[in-house]
Ligand binder design. Structure first.
Ligand SMILES: Nc1nc2c(c(=O)[nH]1)N[C@H]1C(S)=C(S)[C@@H](COP(=O)(O)OP(=O)(O)OC[C@H]3O[C@@H](n4cnc5c(N)ncnc54)[C@H](O)[C@@H]3O)O[C@H]1N2
Ligand code: MOO
Length: 413
């Protein structure tokens, strides 16, 4: 049971960040449906999540090849102390190699196939002479001994045909796409990028570039969230700024919302007299609640005329933290993309305090020495301090104070 005290703060149990993340993940689970996948050429799949496990159709390397420019030899031909060998025909690049006759050394370049019979490569710098000779009967080269396998890249030493190359749900970055290309796969099945209708709200909010009358502020949330979502690979539909008139907001959502997989609004969700988002959602299955998190406590979640809906609070830092704490990890878990933030341990450069019953998310600058300097205070209007930050700093529920040198988890932005 939740009630409101004279200061407007909600009483009763706030939902934990973990259970709100679970609720957001549940809301968005339909985005993982089988109809929501597409086959894309590798060049278009950057930043998407893989739908199914990929099994290697070939081994990597596909054949044993040389790791050095030098001579392919039968290691048993060269005793300790080295010997002279007759120079055989060079191994041609990109073609099958002839068998290496006993007592000969074949010039071989990096990546060329190890000839049948050869089992080691001596780099050209260790040969005498230390440059390649024209092939011919008269040509001989002195080589030191080499153990079997020296500078040989064995077939399948990276991955063998039939092994799992990538697991379903993997985020496809440059390395993963490079692997698919190395395996000879030109296309990949990925989840579709969700389309998000983004609406900022408030009679006080005006577009950058316009005049700024008394009492108004520029819309930072629209740009901030559009950029965060675009960077995360979402398709963003910007519906501009809604006034504080709930009927206008509903009209805007209906007229712009076609094709959206998710509606995200900012503002109008707390305890004020004109909470436009709360009012616009009054007859919809939308819950307004408090998450035990600072900033980003007030949240809305549900559906608007069937479309999943998230109502983020209006303060700029609150809406970015909401995106990072709930929307990014939910999509990452369901669709493999965007990539989850990598948690890193850092040492606080100075002390901090935190509301004991909330998960606090501060903003900070991680330095190369592994210490983190907080940027600005805890207030969620501090856009300039956010712009000077490169990490989110997590202070879990149950912690009221931390000292200089204490370890914290930070997420690189
Ligand atoms: N009595 C209470 N008041 C407030 C509570 C509370 O529990 N009881 N919670 C506070 C917290 S925490 C937050 S966060 C905000 C959330 O408020 P809303 O989501 O209703 O947002 P607004 O009131 O519309 O705006 C809050 C703040 O953010 C500024 N804002 C709004 N939109 C934008 C935008 N697009 N670009 C830049 N800045 C924006 C707005 O001017 C306000 O300053 O409620 C607290 N109050
Ligand atoms: O939750 Mo509000 O986001 O603390 O400022």
């Amino acid at each position: 049971m939740t009630s409101t005290n004279p200061h407007g703060h909600q009483k009763g149990r706030a939902r934990s960040t973990a259970s709100h993340l679970a609720a957001v993940t549940e809301l968005l689970r339909p985005l993982r449906g089988s109809a929501r996948t597409e086959l894309l050429p590798l060049s278009s799949a950057l930043g998407r999540g893989l739908v199914e496990d990929v099994t290697a159709p070939v081994s990597l390397p596909p054949f044993a090849n040389s790791q050095m420019d030098g001579y392919a030899i039968r290691s048993s031909d060269v005793p300790d102390g080295g010997t002279d060998l007759r120079v055989a025909a060079p191994v041609p690049a990109g073609a099958g190699a002839a068998t290496l006759e006993a007592g000969t050394a074949a010039p071989i370049m990096t990546g060329a196939m190890i000839p049948e019979g050869a089992d080691a490569v001596v780099p050209i710098e260790r040969a005498s002479p230390d440059h390649f000779l024209p092939a011919g009967d008269a040509a001989r080269v002195k080589l030191p001994a080499a153990a079997p396998g020296t500078y040989v890249r064995v077939a399948g030493s990276d991955i063998a045909a039939g092994e799992q190359a990538l697991a379903a749900g993997t985020f496809l970055g440059p390395a993963q796409l490079g692997l698919l290309a190395a395996l000879g796969l030109p296309e990949v099945t990925v989840y579709q990028a969700p389309a998000v209708l983004l609406v900022t709200t408030g009679d006080e909010v005006v577009e950058p570039g316009r005049d700024l009358p008394a009492g108004k502020i520029y819309d930072s949330n629209g740009t901030l969230l559009e950029a965060a979502m675009t960077q995360a690979g979402l398709r963003v539909l910007r519906a501009g700024i809604s006034t504080d008139n709930p009927e206008e907001l509903r009209t805007l959502l209906r007229s712009q919302g076609a094709g959206a997989d998710l509606i995200v609004t900012t503002g109008g969700v707390s305890q004020g007299a004109y909470e436009v988002v709360r009012q616009a959602m009054a007859d919809q299955p939308v819950e307004f609640l408090h998450v035990a998190m600072q900033p980003g406590g007030p949240q809305g979640i549900g559906t608007f005329e069937g479309t999943p809906f998230l109502g983020f609070p209006g303060n700029p830092v609150s809406c970015l933290v909401s995106f990072e704490m709930f929307l990014r990890p939910a999509l990452s878990q369901l669709l493999g993309a965007p990539a989850a933030r990598l948690p890193v341990r850092a040492r606080l450069g100075h002390p901090l305090t935190s509301p004991e019953h909330k998960h606090q998310v501060r903003r900070g600058r991680l330095r190369p020495d592994g210490t983190v300097q907080l940027e600005g205070g805890e207030s969620s209007h501090l856009m300039h301090a956010l712009a000077g930050s490169n990490v989110l700093v997590h202070v879990p529920e149950g912690v009221a104070a931390l000292g200089t040198g204490d370890e914290v988890e930070v997420w690189m932005l």
